[in-house]
Design a protein around this ligand. Structure first.
Ligand code: ADP
Length: 388
């Protein structure tokens, strides 16, 4: 133990040994060959970690960075042993030399362990050729998907548009009938007109919702969308409902800004908030809370309400188009809202799910990547390498 403390106390003390020049017999050529070689090795060993560090700082997402750092430290320490070896011709710092060698030994062992541990993982890493091949295949599949998606959107759009005009005629004639002949008709006939008008209104809502659904993901023109502003707009749109039901809508913290399509994001929040207000419990003031948490490459959003809740068996079904859990007389709606929300999130590369206790409330969870890229973006990308 004494030797141990003595060693560190006299770490820089070189008085116990002569400089290496005086140790044995060196010719100038032999000594300088040794020194110059050691210094050359040291310089090269210094350069390798610097290049590695520059590479790691410039290239994000490099796999197995831990091994890179360890390898860098290992090379740096090896270099240091060579520098000290060269310096010992004038400066016999044998204690420092021993300490540096000991540390080099430790780091070398750690590097070997890391290399063995991550060997299989490194074997699984794809080469850039393999990556390019996979990207080409993926891009072809995506182009195919985007094309069929576009066809479907066009079909829904045209069908919805073509339905609008006969519907307008029906509504106009019903209004005309009511205005012109309403006073001559009996109660039964007037009731028939009002039922028909209500049915036409419902159909208009259905067509509008279908149109909105078909438009989701229709554009690659993305702009920065401040989600705080989106929520403020949605609250403004529901002001009458909020006041009538004494509802409160609270946003916890600040929401992020995402580069996306404004209308898609608006649809998303508008449907979730309007459902949270609509599916309220009788005699309970609706309380809606919007939260977000940062999950590294994505955001996790939560929209909670204190409404009627949803039975576990319907947690998947509610996201399918036209699936409603209630009759029209109980709650108005078309069964397209959550399907639209899910479509936005699917297209943007996120996930949606619900947690709910019937009679207590529901929380709709969804994630969105911080950098949103849709199929259309991929399909429109000509160069593989710009698909980031
Ligand atoms: P709808 O037009 O019927 O509101 P949605 O697609 O928005 O259609 O919702 C599908 C079904 O999911 C609704 O009919 C309702 O039963 C249920 N639902 C949606 N949001 C909520 C909520 N916040 N609380 C309770 N039930 C909900």
């Amino acid at each position: 133990m004494d030797q141990f403390f003595e060693f560190f106390r006299r770490l820089t003390d070189t008085s116990d040994w002569p400089p290496r020049w005086l140790c044995g017999t060196w010719t100038d050529f032999h000594g300088w060959l040794y020194i110059v070689s050691d210094l050359t090795i040291w310089l090269a060993y210094m350069a390798i970690p610097l290049i590695l560090i520059r590479f790691l700082l410039k290239k994000t997402g490099v796999p197995l960075t831990g091994v890179f750092w360890l390898f860098g430290a290992f090379i740096l320490l090896c270099g240091l042993t060579h520098l000290i070896d060269a310096l010992m011709f004038w400066w016999p710092a044998y204690r420092i030399s021993a300490l540096v060698r000991f540390m080099t030994g430790l780091v070398s062992i750690a590097t070997v362990i890391a290399l063995i541990r991550y060997f299989n993982e490194a074997l699984g890493l794809r080469t850039s050729d393999e990556y390019s091949r996979e990207l080409t295949l993926r891009q072809q599949a995506m182009q195919e998907l985007a094309r069929s998606n576009e066809e479907l959107q066009q079909f829904a759009y045209v069908a919805s548009h073509d339905l609008q005009s006969p519907l307008k005629t029906i509504t106009n004639y019903l209004t005309l009938l009511e205005a012109k002949h309403g006073s001559h008709l009996d109660t039964d006939a007037r009731k028939l007109i009002s039922v028909s008008t209500a049915a036409a209104d419902r159909m208009r809502s259905l067509i509008n919702d279908l149109l909105a659904f078909s438009r989701v993901g229709n554009t690659v023109e993305f702009t920065p969308v401040d989600l705080n502003q989106v929520v403020a707009d949605v609250i403004e749109e529901h002001q009458a409902d909020i006041q009538a039901t004494h509802a409160t809508i609270r946003v916890e913290g600040t929401l992020p800004t995402l580069t996306a399509h404004q209308t898609d994001i608006h649809q998303l929040f508008q449907n979730l908030v309007s459902n949270a207000l609509k599916y309220r419990r009788p005699a309970t003031d609706p309380k809606v809370l919007i939260r977000v948490s940062d999950r590294g490459d994505r955001y996790h959003f939560m929209v909670s309400d204190n409404g009627i809740g949803i039975d576990l068996q319907y947690h998947d079904r509610i996201f399918q188009i036209f699936q409603r859990l209630h009759g029209r007389n109980e709650y108005s709606g078309t069964g397209i809202g959550l399907a639209t929300v899910k479509k936005v999130i699917d297209i943007y590369g996120g996930r949606i799910w619900v947690e709910s206790t019937p009679g207590t409330g529901s929380t709709f969870h969804f994630t969105l990547p911080k950098i949103i890229k849709t199929l259309q973006h991929y399909a429109q990308t000509d160069s593989l390498h710009s698909v980031g």
